[in-house]
Design a protein around this ligand. Structure first.
Ligand SMILES: [Zn+2]
Length: 198
């Protein structure tokens, strides 16, 4: 190969850059499709659904409302993406119990913007597992402004099929870094929330 400077080909993002697998003990996992250099923005996407952050006091009502506002088709699409939504009805009003289930889902899967006012769930990024700051190979931030893109950028070189990990930035979590703690047999515990540094 001639050693001349050629512009780097633009690297794929989103569905062309990652794939999602099911692990037996950690829920869904996100992997790189090919080798990527550090600093590549591997995912840039808009939320699949958003609601008011529960710390704002109104969220108990809001995620259920957001769900009911969606068309049946849109709700079915969300259910295909998120296994945890399978039991939520797609064509009727929600019961109190179902609203509770939705709240729990948001707590596990949402990222919130830097102002902590809104919680966003992303089709791809919300499936990324946690690792400690030392072992995470990617970082993320969520735009406070509409349309609330999340950006997931690699902080290490990543090889094809390697799993992507981010640090959720939560002070206390019921699950640990898979590289630092012995694997437990428990399924991936209550996931997410994050923090953001955007
Ligand atoms: Zn670790």
């Amino acid at each position: 190969m001639p050693q001349i400077a050629i512009p780097a080909p633009s690297l794929p993002q989103n569905h062309d850059a990652i794939y999602i697998t099911n692990s037996s003990n950690r829920g869904r996992c996100v992997h790189a499709i090919q080798n990527f250099p550090s600093r590549h923005k591997i995912i840039v996407e808009q939320p699949a659904i958003s609601c008011v952050h529960w710390r704002q006091g109104k969220w108990m009502r809001t995620i259920g409302d957001e769900w009911e506002k969606r068309s049946v088709e849109a709700r079915l699409r969300l259910q295909q993406t998120f296994k945890k939504l399978e039991d939520i009805p797609s064509d009727t009003r929600l019961t109190k119990q179902e609203r509770k289930q939705l709240n729990k889902f948001v707590k596990e899967y949402a990222f919130w913007d830097s102002k902590g006012t809104n919680a966003h769930i992303y089709r791809l990024a919300s499936h990324i597992n946690h690792a400690c700051a030392r072992h995470a190979n990617a970082e993320q931030w969520t735009d406070s402004a509409y349309p609330n893109y999340i950006t997931v950028r690699l902080v290490k070189d990543v090889r094809a099929d390697e799993e992507i990990f981010i640090n959720y930035n939560k002070g206390h979590m019921p699950f640990g870094c898979p590289f630092c703690v012995p694997r437990s047999d428990k399924p991936r515990a209550e996931n997410k929330g994050n923090g953001s540094f955007g």
